[in-house]
Design a protein around this ligand. Structure first.
Ligand code: FES
Ligand SMILES: [Fe+2]
Length: 338
């Protein structure tokens, strides 16, 4: 199974984990998520060490998780602390626990070697809980390998074809790309100059004519994509740093492998203008979930097609894949190192 395991992934949005236990598959491992009495999140292997029942079918009792079969109890470290009917806990009784950190309205998990789990390595998604920004969040379950979704986000030439009603506009796929790599990051910049705004930006801003539009993508290995996107009245210097006549939306995505053929897709869209305009919030939330839902359908169809391809099938790459190929090289190196 090919997953980079020494990495932080989003296990859940913060609001998902409340009083109940949540079972979720992450990098092909069954995990149960819960909060202790202080509200601090924890993650354990979702498999009782007695007779395999998923712990997520049990319940939380104070600070421990109680198995729903014979009542063994586990603390947040995965140690079995109580066995009904006996005073002594058998030596070695316990389940694996995973490092967990709550940040940016997400609960992050580290599926790899626990001693390497440095919270400083969590990618920056501050827009999601920064008071200067308002952020819509969403989740999709995707019936496709996580790398297909990363590829999708690193090659936005598809917006013209897949997202005609929201993000698509003429001139996207023909605009030049500037791609560069820095360690475990890839940056892909695209400027679409002097073209009509796409529907989503036209609805969010007040543009009398053409705009200069940017898509500045930052990928952090293995699956974290931040897209600084927006547009400004054409010829007002946005490309040189003056965004006074434009609007910016951070379109941020983070993907968690589930199995080899499925993944969890967490996204949030943040803006720093018209913060107290709930109609605009709703308009943007709808545009984003419509657009990303279109990707979800594409990815599932792509995965089914991959699964049914015969051995003699040969694919090609195109210029728009420059960032995708750079990122895949970084991933190959990380997998080889693990
Ligand atoms: S299976 Fe969990 S207590 Fe028996
Ligand atoms: Fe898309």
């Amino acid at each position: 199974m090919k997953f980079v395991k020494n990495a932080w992934y989003v296990a859940a949005e913060s609001h998902e984990v409340a009083d109940d236990l949540i079972g979720r598959t992450i990098c092909d491992r069954s995990v149960v998520l819960f909060r202790d009495e202080h509200g601090t999140p924890a993650a354990l292997e979702d498999r009782c060490c007695h007779r395999h029942l998923p712990l997520s079918l049990g319940k939380r009792v104070g600070n421990v998780v109680q198995c729903g079969y014979h009542g063994l109890e586990f603390d947040r470290g995965g140690n079995c602390v109580s066995v009904p009917g006996q005073s002594r806990v058998p030596p070695g009784a316990g389940v694996r626990s995973y490092p967990v950190v709550e940040r940016y309205r997400y609960i992050w998990i580290w599926p790899g070697d626990a001693h390497k789990a440095d919270p400083d390595l969590i990618p920056d998604y501050h827009w999601n809980d920064d008071p200067d920004w308002i952020s819509n969040t969403g989740y999709f379950h995707v019936e496709g390998n996580h790398q297909l979704l990363v590829d999708n986000l690193l090659d936005l030439s598809h917006v013209q074809f897949v997202h005609a009603s929201t993000l698509g506009a003429d001139g996207v796929s023909n605009a030049p790309l500037d791609t560069r790599r820095e360690d475990d990051k890839v940056r892909i910049d695209r400027w679409i100059m002097d073209k009509p705004p796409p529907a989503m930006f036209a609805g969010a801003g007040n543009f009398p004519g053409n705009v200069d539009r940017w898509q500045l993508i930052s990928w952090t290995a293995p699956t974290h994509v931040v897209i600084d996107a927006g547009c400004a009245n054409s010829g007002t210097g946005a490309r040189d740093g003056n965004r006074a006549e434009g609007i910016t939306v951070y379109s941020n995505h983070t993907i968690t492998p589930e199995t080899e053929k499925s993944c969890h897709y967490f996204w949030h869209h943040a803006r720093n203008f018209r913060l107290d305009d709930p109609d605009l919030t709703e308009f943007l939330a709808k545009a984003a979930s419509t657009a990303f839902g279109e990707d979800v359908d594409i990815l599932a169809a792509q995965q089914r097609s991959i699964d049914s391809a015969k051995a003699e099938w040969r694919g090609i790459d195109i210029n728009a894949d420059a960032g995708v190929l750079q990122a895949r090289r970084v991933i190959d190196k990380m997998l080889a190192a693990e």
